[in-house]
Design a protein around this ligand. Structure first.
Ligand SMILES: *[C@@H]1O[C@H](CO)[C@@H](O)[C@H](O)[C@H]1NC(C)=O
Ligand SMILES: *[C@@H]1O[C@H](CO)[C@@H](O)[C@H](O)[C@H]1NC(C)=O
Ligand SMILES: *[C@@H]1O[C@H](CO)[C@@H](O)[C@H](O)[C@H]1NC(C)=O
Ligand SMILES: *[C@@H]1O[C@H](CO)[C@@H](O)[C@H](O)[C@H]1NC(C)=O
Ligand SMILES: *[C@@H]1O[C@H](CO)[C@@H](O)[C@H](O)[C@H]1NC(C)=O
Length: 341
């Protein structure tokens, strides 16, 4: 640091002068009196936030500050470091909070990932110049939710709100499910622990830091579970009419959806059919069993009636036909009546 300071006094001093200055530097003549210190020297800031780079500087008495400013990445143009406050990328966001004695604190608002850089404080006195190297390293991070892709009901699930660097300021994390803030569960640091995850926990999760506008992108949590609420849907009346069949459908709620169904007749051990729908050709009491990779569940039993009802049906059939016959006779008589009139 000392060496740099001395070097910056003149661009190309002759060799004996360098030696002389190095000896002076070694004895700490100027090094003790000149300096810039940053606290902290590494900053990890959240995207869109405001960063305060705390800084103090010193120089020997008898010198007068002509210019003091912040610069980044040591690129000199025209032999001088560029003043960031004159850079259109920074001018609106940079505010010097320091003074001309010892405080060189600066504030940078609405930081973006593009602001990641090393920043330096530069001051020019009536006689000499100084730049505080190394500078402040600014890292800017956004937030990402880290979550297992697939979880099964009952699992213990840990969601993490991840940043690319450890945030300098103490952060309280906030969690959202389907854009609604979560209040019911306590998070531990930047983690959201879902102990014994439930179906209702499925949704889009995002996180943020209290007091900051930046919010992470959504991450989908998909909770898998075995079939539930398995039931049989009967098409029509559930009565088999001669030679016909009754179609039964197995309905279930599961994630992923059940693709494998087995049909059983009550008190029989082997399946009588498979597939989501089943055609019952005989009367009996049936139930279905729905499977997915997480388990299976059976439905209640449904009754399909056949033979016992056939006679009644036949009877109804005759009544129906007979009814039509009566109607025909009635109509015929009515027409005859019209013709006669
Ligand atoms: C420097 O100025 C900033 C902003 O006004 C202030 O917060 C900080 O305490 C000052 N530092 C010192 C060492 O005076
Ligand atoms: C932090 O910023 C510095 C300066 O731009 C960069 O060199 C470094 O790679 C960054 N670190 C991380 C972890 O992004
Ligand atoms: C499943 O059954 C339970 C209890 O009967 C009920 O509370 C729940 O709403 C049902 N779920 C669906 C998706 O039908
Ligand atoms: C359907 O489930 C039955 C009974 O668990 C099993 O034997 C069969 O292999 C399964 N079929 C498919 C395609 O998963
Ligand atoms: C099945 O078994 C149960 C109990 O053993 C009995 O009550 C029921 O009547 C039986 N059902 C049929 C259709 O045989």
């Amino acid at each position: 640091m000392t060496y740099l300071a001395v070097m910056s006094v003149r661009m190309a001093p002759p060799l004996p002068l360098i030696l002389l200055l190095m000896i002076l530097a070694f004895h700490g003549v100027s090094g003790a009196d000149w300096g810039v210190s940053y606290s902290p020297s590494h900053i990890c800031a959240l995207k869109d936030s405001t960063v305060i780079m705390r800084c103090t500087y010193k120089y020997p008495t008898g010198y007068q500050i002509m210019k003091a400013f912040w610069t980044k990445t040591p690129v000199k143009d025209n032999g001088e470091y560029p003043d960031l406050s004159e850079d259109p990328e920074y001018s609106q966001r940079l505010q010097y909070l320091g003074d001309k004695q010892q405080n060189c604190t600066v504030r940078l608002s609405h930081v973006t990932l593009k602001d990641e850089d090393e920043y330096y404080f530069r001051f020019i006195t009536d006689k000499e110049k100084w730049i505080g190297k190394p500078g402040v390293t600014l890292n800017v991070t956004d937030l990402q939710v880290e979550s297992p892709e697939r979880v099964t009901e009952g699992d213990s699930v840990n969601l993490r709100c991840k940043s690319s660097c450890a945030l300098t300021d103490r952060a309280t994390f906030i969690w959202y499910r389907n854009s609604q803030p979560l209040t019911e569960r306590r998070d531990r640091n930047n983690e959201l622990l879902l102990q014994s995850v439930r179906r209702e926990d499925s949704g889009r999760y995002s996180c943020a830091v209290d007091g900051h506008t930046h919010i992470s992108p959504d991450v989908q949590l998909n909770v898998m579970y075995p079939p539930k609420n398995v039931s049989v849907l009967i098409s029509g009346s559930g009565v088999i009419v001669e030679g016909d069949s009754v179609t039964l459908n197995c309905i279930s709620d599961s994630n992923p959806p059940a693709l494998n169904f087995s049909w059983f007749k009550e008190n029989e051990t082997s399946a009588v059919g498979s597939g989501q729908s089943f055609s019952a050709l005989q009367s009996g009491r049936f139930y279905c069993q729905a499977h997915n990779q997480h388990g299976s569940q059976r439905s209640d039993t449904v009754t399909v009636t056949g033979e016992a009802f056939i006679n009644t049906l036949l009877y109804l059939h005759i009544i129906h036909q007979f009814g039509e016959l009566i109607m025909m006779i009635f109509l015929f008589q009515f027409i005859m009546l019209l013709v006669v009139m």
